[in-house]
Design a binder for this molecule. Structure first.
Ligand SMILES: [Zn+2]
Length: 270
């Protein structure tokens, strides 16, 4: 099977050149929602903790972009927050990369909700999913994962398609919290308490979220950031028909802290 190893495309010095080798940073890889702008991959975020990295979600189009930052087999883990395709579809591509591509010989941890592996096996109607990927189930029995070296993940279930897990990453006295997809809730501000960077979906811009739809819009996100006492709010996962400038203005009015949109490839330092 011919492969053009994406590791050849890596600009490995980008990170070190930015002088962030000892920082906790967030690098948006895919910032789109379930559909998006032509230049957007779906949900995916790279977290760098010193020399170590992990990936939060891997929606469609994200793997190729992730490969521009590092070879995926060097990740500590991929964290999947929930089973909606725009947060996990590129596991289909990652499996090929790890089993038969440049990742061959490595095994990458995939932390996700119950049913993730079964969903992928059913989609492909193939076994062999354990060759390059090691699936680990999150849940109430496991709401903290210590990756060693002071890199700790904490999870909280949030209301969206059940189960959906928000995740907080602590390392070196800094913290990043990612709310996954969710409607307003009490668990997320608790998990995010005092975090340096809070990454929240803003599916509907500054417009009202339709009744019964478990998502956030700008003022919701701002209120969560304020309740959590987060130091900085980063918005993402907005559908293309909504006005992002208006959303930024609305969130900035209510959050009381700096607010910005996640931009693919633009590093946010915790
Ligand atoms: Zn979702």
């Amino acid at each position: 099977m011919p492969f053009a190893p994406c590791s050849r495309l890596i600009v490995e010095n980008r990170y070190d050149a930015a002088g962030m080798g000892e920082s906790l940073t967030l690098v948006p890889v895919g910032v789109g929602a379930a559909y998006g702008r032509a230049d957007e991959a779906q949900s995916s975020y790279l977290v760098r903790a010193g020399e170590r990295s992990l990936c939060l979600d891997l929606g469609a189009g994200a793997l190729n972009r992730l490969c521009e930052h590092l070879p995926p087999e060097r990740l500590e883990a991929v964290v999947v927050t929930h089973l909606h395709p725009d947060h996990m579809a590129d596991l289909l591509a990652l499996r090929v990369y790890m089993a038969w591509g440049p990742g061959q010989g490595s095994r990458l941890r995939v932390l996700g909700p119950r049913g993730l592996r079964e969903r992928l096996v059913a989609f492909t109607d193939e076994h062999g999913w354990d060759e390059g990927l090691a699936f680990e189930e999150l849940g109430s029995h496991r709401d903290e994962v210590d990756l060693g070296g002071g890199l700790v993940l904490r999870f909280a279930e949030v209301p969206h398609t059940p189960p959906t897990y928000a995740v907080r990453i602590d390392w070196g006295g800094k913290s990043i919290c990612y709310g996954a997809d969710c409607e307003p809730n009490d668990a997320l501000p608790r998990l995010a308490e005092g975090c340096d960077v809070l990454l929240l979906e803003c599916s509907f811009g500054a417009e009202p979220v339709p009744a019964g739809v478990p998502h956030l819009q700008a003022q919701d996100a701002a209120r969560i950031a304020r309740r959590a006492g987060a130091r900085r709010l980063v918005l993402t996962h907005c559908y293309p028909e909504f006005d992002r400038d208006a959303a930024l203005a609305a969130a900035s009015r209510d959050a009381g802290v700096p607010v910005e949109w996640a931009v693919a490839g633009e590093t946010v330092r915790a």
